[in-house]
Design a protein around this ligand. Structure first.
Ligand SMILES: [Zn+2]
Length: 256
């Protein structure tokens, strides 16, 4: 009897040790940082959440135009999905900004409180070119766009997805055609290269920095139901996360 009890005890200990070795699938498996990265003109915090600390950096940004807000529930669902799939964070750093223009979001308007289109306020080569939208007095004249720039410089993402409405397509800037194809294959939005908008985040990241950036244009009637939106576009966001951008191989220097 004593012997049997000790066998049970040993087995229980072995089982406990095994359980301890199996990683638990929860958010605690990766580093999570929640930052307030700045403040809007209206005094609202701009939040940025960072998951993992790998070298492959993906930035998801939603609602830079305050009245194109369907990306915000998608960002929320994306975070929930990451927490259920911690293996997806391995080797990556995932920067999620659910509301890039909190004042515009609260007011349900495109612009910030200065009436400036933040997505025309970046120091791209085409800033201020013929464009009917108010682009600001100078590039980065607005506190909100300066915050976005700081996040961009701090994390220097290898690819970016910025969610907009209502043009109903997967648009891209820079070397992102393959990434756009990968995303379009996972949702109903067609590929459509809209052309670089002056001073946009797309122009700056894609053309000035030469990094892939997708402007995911949801339809006007996308709604705000997070389950519906995630069912419709979640796989495309996951495709962007998993997409591996290969830097072009530099040509070997040839002696003159
Ligand atoms: Zn937009």
């Amino acid at each position: 009897m004593v012997r049997r009890a000790s066998i049970v005890a040993v087995c229980s200990l072995a089982l406990l040790a095994l359980v301890a070795l199996v990683p638990a699938a929860n958010a605690a498996d990766f580093k999570v940082e929640k930052h307030v990265v700045g403040e809007t003109l209206g005094g609202r915090p701009i939040e940025c959440n960072v998951y993992g600390d790998g070298d492959d950096v993906f930035w998801l940004i939603a609602t830079i135009h305050g009245n194109e807000a369907a990306g915000t529930p998608i960002a929320k669902k994306f975070v929930e999905w990451l927490e259920k799939n911690p293996q997806e964070v391995e080797g990556r750093k995932i920067v999620v900004m659910p509301v890039a223009n909190p004042d515009g979001f609260a007011d349900n308007v495109r612009f910030n409180r200065n009436g400036v289109d933040l997505n025309r306020n970046f120091p791209a080569g085409n800033w201020g070119e013929a464009d009917v939208k108010p682009h600001g007095a100078t590039p980065l004249s607005e506190p909100e766009s300066r915050v976005l720039m700081r996040v961009l410089c701090q994390y220097f993402p290898s690819r970016v997805v910025s969610i907009h409405q209502p043009l109903n397509c997967v648009d891209w800037d820079g070397p992102a055609d393959k990434m756009a194809e990968a995303m379009a294959a996972k949702c109903k939005l067609p590929l459509n290269k809209l052309g670089s908008r002056p001073g946009s985040l797309g122009s700056f990241v894609g053309t000035t920095l030469g990094r892939p950036i997708i402007t995911l244009e949801l339809p006007a009637d996308a709604g705000m139901d997070e389950e519906v939106l995630w069912n419709e576009y979640g796989d495309a966001i996951i495709a962007a996360l998993r997409y591996k951008h290969e830097e072009p191989v530099a040509e070997k220097a040839v002696a003159p």
